[in-house]
Design a protein around this ligand. Structure first.
Ligand SMILES: Nc1ncnc2c1ncn2[C@@H]1O[C@H](COP(=O)(O)OP(=O)(O)OP(=O)(O)O)[C@@H](O)[C@H]1O
Ligand SMILES: [Mg+2]
Length: 258
């Protein structure tokens, strides 16, 4: 089945594939803190959805629920048709190999070199790869993020922007079909965040990924996203293209954020 949606950049309608992430009626609380309340969102193959919302509204919780790092209390989350809460751990692990997750903090393993950080997911998921195949993939992916020279460095020797890029490389090495970015440019200077945005666009192009990007950075959102979803009071208050939601330049002045 083909879904149509207006393309925010050029106006013409573009076609997206079948739903790959289907979130329906999801609730998630921590004690009395009711974070997600009847949250709904469907993302089709090839779509790049940006999730916006105030700090603490549940954006990171949402994407952790999607990859099964957090359980949800009620509702349904299906990824490639699989209900996440019902997947046996081995199958969840296999599914995660198809999903790249760039954490809010780059979450590199501090005691491992850059090379070892990138080899780690391959060891975990790509059991049948030879040593030279592993080395080839590590080098290709580091080239993709422009950091082949950093292959033997420790994470402590990297700048914030480099850590983000290595975090991105680590999630790309398994050639995921879905990318989840949790604030990929937050805390970076404009030049470095421009580099990260370019990498995200290259990834979309090279691997034809479907993605969710959590961001407060409207520049990043507009360039990398086809559609926006806005979380207010734990629900998907509104989703659509930038034009449909009339978000122009400053989201903080928009009524959704009051
Ligand atoms: N593991 C956890 N245990 C208890 N409470 C949690 C946990 N993770 C998140 N929360 C709570 O859930 C709420 C939503 O957190 P979340 O990290 O999703 O916010 P966010 O929208 O990503 O915010 P930010 O923009 O600051 O990153 C917060 O009130 C937070 O304290
Ligand atoms: Mg967050």
């Amino acid at each position: 089945m083909i879904f149509r949606s207006a393309d925010m950049k050029n106006g013409p309608a573009v076609e997206y594939g079948e739903p790959v992430i289907e979130i329906a009626g999801v609730y998630k609380s921590f004690g009395n803190n009711h974070v997600l309340k009847d949250f709904n969102l469907t993302i089709n193959r090839g779509e790049n959805v940006v999730v916006l919302g105030k700090s603490g509204c549940g954006k990171s919780v949402l994407i952790k629920c999607i990859i099964g790092l957090l359980s949800y209390d009620a509702g349904s989350i299906k990824v490639f048709g699989n209900e996440i809460s019902q997947l046996p751990i081995a199958e969840l692990d296999e599914l995660r190999a198809r999903i790249g997750f760039v954490f809010q903090s780059s979450a590199l393993y501090d005691s491992m070199t850059v090379r070892e950080n990138l080899e780690f997911p391959l060891r975990r998921h790509g059991k049948h790869k030879s040593k030279s195949e592993v080395q080839g993939l590590v080098e290709e992916t580091l080239k993709d993020v422009g950091l082949l020279d950093a292959i033997n460095l420790m994470p402590s020797e990297l700048s914030g922007g480099m850590r983000k890029r290595i975090g991105l490389a680590r999630s790309l090495i398994l050639h995921p079909e879905i990318m989840l970015y949790d604030e990929p440019t937050t805390g970076l200077d404009p030049i470095t965040s421009g580099e990260i945005i370019n990498l995200m666009l290259n990834v979309q192009k090279k691997y034809n990924t479907t993605s969710i990007t959590i961001s407060h950075d409207m520049h990043c959102a507009k360039i990398t996203g086809n559609r926006l979803a806005i979380i207010v009071n734990g629900t998907n208050y509104s989703d659509g293209t930038f034009e449909e939601l009339s978000i122009i330049d400053d989201p903080q002045t928009h009524p959704f954020f009051e």
